[in-house]
Each structure stands twice: as C-alpha cells, then as structure tokens.
Design a binder for this molecule. Structure first.
Ligand SMILES: C[S@@+](CC[C@H](N)C(=O)[O-])C[C@H]1O[C@@H](n2cnc3c(N)ncnc32)[C@H](O)[C@@H]1O
Length: 221
C-alpha cells in the first residue's frame, strides 16, 4: 500500500476510519494492561484519533507515528496542544504536552523510539495494512519493543469476498501467526461490530467481528 494512498485520503478528507469519540475497546480494556500512569504508549499509524487524548488524560506519555502531517496537525489543533516542531532525518517531529509525534514512515522510525515505549495501542493500524506489510509491521514491533512491553490490539474480521480493504480482514488465527513467537497473547473480547460501522455495511459487509487482544512481549531467550 503506497504512502500516497493515505496522504491523498487525508487531503480529500476521505477518512471514514476516523472516529470523533474514544474507541469503546480502549476504555473497556486499557486497565487490563496494568500500566503505571506515566507509562509511555506508542500509537503506530495514529491518524488524528482522540484515543491519544484519552491516553494522555490517564497520565501517559503518547508517542504517535503517522505519515500525514494534516492528520497530526488536526489532532494538535483540535486538542489545543502547544507544541514545537523539529526536523529529523526522514521525519518532522512535534513535541508538546504529553505528546511526541513522528510524521513519516512507521517502518523507518528510529529504534530508540520503540525502545522507550512501555506499551503499544493499535486500533485500525494492523488492519490498515495489506498482508505482506502486516508481517513487516509485526516483525518490526517484535524486534524493537522491549521485553515486558504490553500491547492492546483491536482487529476486524469479515468475509473478504464482500469487500476489499482497507480495513483488511485479519482473522484471529492470523494474529497468532504474526505475534505468537515473540508475544504472549490473550484475546479478551470478540463481538459483532457491524452496527457500529455503518460505512463498512454500506461497502457490502453483512457481518463484521471485532476482536480485542492483549499482548505482552516475551523475554528475549
Ligand atoms: C486506518 S487509519 C487509522 C488511524 C488511527 N489508528 C485511528 O484509529 O483513527 C491508518 C493510518 O495510518 C497511516 N499510515 C499508513 N501507512 C503508514 C506508514 N507506513 N507509516 C505511518 N503512518 C501510516 C495513514 O495515514 C492513516 O492515518
């Protein structure tokens, strides 16, 4: 999936994936990660999600990674975050309040950004990527995240004959295949999500399941 695809979507305002309200799975399951309030949370492919403001309100430091400058500047403006910007090789960074944003390609983020994270929050990130990129995404997290780090992962599954992604269908057994070697995985919830995703129903889905997983990076052997 080309970067231009996403940049164009933000340019055109074609952002049906964006929710104005905090995602219910985040509010329902975040406490199960048992993090310290000041824990640092990496939000890959973060868009402009208000979930980051909810995480900051819990006391967390939030590290968002996003291709689109428009998305990050929308978040900073909507949440009135006073910030500074800096230019790093391949990235523009925004620093302000409890936020550190990296504007650029997730797959090029410096290792120390991952190493500083205590947790990862993924809603609509893994499922935004086609299969080969999902493998690279999971491998990158596994390689760079510190042992003991936790992750809240929200996935979607549906019949791929009914709709082309993104979001892509990621069945639970694919989550196992992608992460099992390096993470302990617990699925905490699995529910019908069609009623809450009108846009996907209009694209042809007659059934949609949302799964919520809690992962913990295993100790390195
Ligand atoms: C489906 S949206 C989800 C955004 C956010 N997680 C949310 O819940 O609203 C996927 C986002 O990933 C961004 N993105 C896609 N590929 C990326 C990459 N390689 N590096 C950084 N961001 C990327 C897109 O610009 C888009 O904002």
């Amino acid at each position: 999936m080309e970067q231009k695809f996403w940049l164009d979507r933000w340019e055109k305002g074609d952002i049906g994936f964006h929710r104005d309200a905090v995602h219910p799975a985040l509010q329902a399951h975040w406490s199960e990660l048992h993090l310290a309030p000041r824990a640092r949370v990496l939000v890959p492919l973060c868009g402009a999600t208000p979930d980051m403001a909810w995480l900051a309100a819990q006391g967390h430091e939030v590290i968002g990674v996003e291709l689109s400058q428009l998305a990050l500047e929308r978040f900073l403006s909507e949440h009135r975050v006073r910030h500074i910007t800096m230019e790093e090789p391949g990235f523009r960074t925004y620093l302000g309040g409890r936020y550190q944003f990296w504007c650029g390609d997730f797959f090029a983020v410096p290792d120390d950004v991952f190493a500083s994270a205590d947790a990862v929050y993924d809603r609509a990130s893994l499922v935004a990527l086609p299969p080969e990129m999902r493998r690279r995404y999971a491998a990158r997290l596994a390689e760079r995240i510190r042992p003991g780090a936790k992750m809240l992962l929200v996935t979607l599954d549906y019949d791929p004959a009914q709709m082309n992604g993104p979001p892509f269908a990621v069945p639970d057994d694919e989550v196992t295949t992608l992460f099992d070697q390096h993470f302990d995985i617990a699925r905490t919830n699995n529910e019908d999500a069609l009623a809450d995703n009108d846009g996907l129903r209009k694209r042809g889905l007659t059934a949609l399941t949302e799964s919520v997983f809690i992962l913990a990076r295993k100790a390195v052997a």
